[in-house]
Design a protein around this ligand. Structure first.
Ligand code: ASP
Length: 172
């Protein structure tokens, strides 16, 4: 939320249909910025969010298959890195909005990437990487999270736009 630099994020939250709304509750209700896994799910329940059965979700069968810990992790990395490089399967939703007072918000939600190593965290929940807003601009990113994280893409974009670049130039 660009007007006051407030932010909330959840990682590895399962079976809740609206993770961005849970992240917003973190922003509003507790002094933390980010919750993950079981703790995030307990928090969501406490806030009254209803769970969905996993079947109703767009569960990724490939990710489920590889959730078992690989015995030979080098073989695993070789096989899935190749698939990842070839297929580039992404699933992120992002949005930036401005209200009548000129306050800007940015948000993003993702199922992550197929063929990622179990436990991988991408850019999407990281403020300044997958999503960011200031008083004058906002951005949400999609694409290979490792690159987005290294550069802090959305914060950088917002800073470039604040510095006077037009959006397309900043993105390029
Ligand atoms: N950025 C996401 C990630 O790396 C993937 C996506 O954009 O869909 O997890």
């Amino acid at each position: 939320m660009g007007s006051n630099e407030a932010a909330g994020a959840v990682i590895r939250i399962r079976n809740f249909a609206h993770p961005i709304s849970v992240a917003r509750k973190i922003l509003e209700e507790i002094p933390h910025l980010m919750l993950s896994g079981k703790g995030a799910e307990i928090f969501a329940r406490l806030m009254g969010f209803k769970e969905k059965s996993p079947d109703e979700q767009h569960a990724n069968t490939d990710n489920r298959e590889i959730e078992k810990l690989p015995e030979d992790y080098r073989e695993f990395v070789r096989k899935y890195s190749k698939l990842l490089a070839e297929q580039r399967i992404f699933s992120t939703f992002g949005a930036v909005a401005i209200n009548s007072k000129g306050h800007i918000v940015a948000r993003a939600s993702t199922g992550g990437m197929s063929y990622a190593f179990p436990g991988r965290v991408g850019d999407t929940p990281v403020i300044g990487a997958g999503t960011f807003a200031s008083r004058s601009a906002g951005a949400s990113a999609t694409g290979l999270g490792e690159g987005i994280l290294r550069v802090g893409v959305t914060r950088k974009l917002v800073e470039l736009v604040e510095g006077g670049q037009v959006v397309q130039e900043a993105c390029d």
